[in-house]
Design a protein around this ligand. Structure first.
Ligand code: ATP
Length: 416
């Protein structure tokens, strides 16, 4: 079981009281195989309590609060959680009678009847957790989202109620079905740096249903992983796909797929849908592009083939790239990339050609064309596009990044 603890009290935020309750609860529950996955501390404000408990319910559906159960006006826990769950407050005659008995047994009249009566107020549909060490009863309440157990703030009272009142209940709940689940969904992007994605997300502030968002940069691009805890796999998937839908517009056409989707497979699917046949001409990637494409089962129905045109002589003799073009612009240039793409497309009778030429390093860089400079061209007989890139990393990374960028240029061409 995964659960969250919300400790409540201005004195905790101000630092006058050290939050020992949360640590105690985590330790006791961990020993029972129940995992506290988040601890939140809020002040006595009703809004803050409702928002923290609401968020925790969405994530795990299992929440323990401590504090704010007493009779005074700063004790807002019960009423704020009641309104979060859409419940009215009602007076519990049993609690009121027990309070009266408690005072009588001390030979005292019950003081401040109003605030003691306040202590006897409970949310409709709630169950009482007996407090053997104090006056404030604990509360157990649940709805479709999960349950909240409200324990007192005074450590001795909280500990007694946790061990004798709450744990037996949680042990019963701890069947496999009621255990929380952790689920993730990854959105894959390419062609945009991590910091630029972060800026976009920061500006758009999409509401992610309490999912955490991890930025995972790699040579193929930046993956964004949404993770959340929920009561059931179905509920988690629902929340995750809703969060993904909110995030997607921020990522625009930089996003190409979800989870472990492969850009080469996506490109092939697009080629299939548009009945386009693809051919590749590679220099610095040395066949890596063809390898990515042919690693996808069924690629032969759209991928005609490719050539590795490594030396200038290969570009000139095999692909018919004019020698003057290479001499005037250099092998790593828009003109040569475009000529390679056009030549392989026409030579192999494809509809779409891709040409990749660049400086993978570690040697061979010049001030105008440093290591990492890559020209990629892709296009049909009607429309050809070429772009230059400056990729970071070592030789292998540059080749991998160039391969991914080439695939992405084809994807963009086929979707625009
Ligand atoms: P009661 O009304 O029975 O005192 P309560 O639920 O209203 O209980 P609070 O008024 O929030 O609890 O806190 C009572 C006292 O318990 C605080 O003054 C503080 O000393 C202690 N306390 C509250 N929360 C914590 C905590 N998280 N860790 C340690 N001590 C705490």
């Amino acid at each position: 079981m995964l659960l969250e603890v919300v400790t409540i009290g201005d004195e905790l935020l101000l630092g006058f009281t050290v939050d020992t309750n949360a640590a105690y609860i985590s330790k006791v529950l961990a020993a029972e195989g129940m995992e506290v996955v988040r601890k939140t501390t809020v002040g006595d404000s009703a809004d803050a309590i409702a928002s923290a408990v609401g968020d925790a319910l969405t994530r795990t559906g299992a929440v323990i609060t401590t504090g704010g159960l007493g009779p005074t006006s700063d004790d807002a826990t019960k009423s704020s959680i009641a309104s979060l769950m859409g419940r009215e407050m009602r007076e519990d005659p049993g609690i009121l009678a027990a309070l009266g008995e408690r005072w009588r047994s001390r030979g005292l009249p019950m003081p401040l009847p109003l605030s003691n009566a306040n202590q006897a107020q409970v949310p409709d549909g709630a169950e009482i957790l007996i407090n053997d060490f104090g006056t404030a009863p604990g509360i157990w309440i649940q709805d479709g989202r999960g349950w909240v157990a409200m324990l007192p703030g005074v450590p001795r009272e909280m500990r007694g109620m946790l061990v004798s009142g709450l744990l037996p209940r949680l042990r019963k709940l701890g069947s496999p079905d009621s255990r929380g689940v952790i689920r993730s969904l990854t959105l894959r992007t390419t062609g945009i740096p991590e910091s630029a994605i972060a800026d976009r997300i920061e500006a758009a502030k999409p509401v992610l249903n309490g999912a955490s968002l991890a930025y995972l940069p790699g040579v193929e691009g930046v993956d964004l992983r949404l993770t959340l805890h929920a009561r059931s796999a179905g509920h988690a998937d629902e929340l995750l796909s809703d969060a993904a839908a909110k995030l997607r517009p921020t990522l625009g056409s930089y996003m190409y797929g979800e989870d472990d989707s492969d850009l080469a497979a996506i490109v092939l699917d697009l080629c299939r849908t548009r009945k386009a046949r693809l051919a590749t001409a590679e220099s610095c990637t040395g066949g890596m592009l063809g390898s990515r494409i042919t690693a996808v089962p069924g690629s032969s129905d759209c991928y005609v083939g490719g050539m590795v045109l490594y030396a200038n002589s290969a570009k000139i003799q095999l692909a018919g790239v004019p020698e003057s073009l290479v001499r005037m612009n250099g092998a790593v240039s828009e003109q040569v990339a475009t000529a390679m793409a056009g030549s392989v497309r026409d030579g192999l009778g494809a509809d779409l050609g891709v040409g990749v030429t660049g400086v993978a390093g570690p040697g061979g860089g010049t001030p105008e064309k440093p290591v990492g400079t890559v020209w990629i061209a892709s296009g049909t007989s009607e429309r050809m596009e070429a772009r230059s890139f400056r990729f970071p990393g070592d030789r292998e990374e540059i080749r991998q990044r160039a391969t991914q960028a080439a695939l992405d240029m084809v994807r963009q061409l086929l979707t625009s």
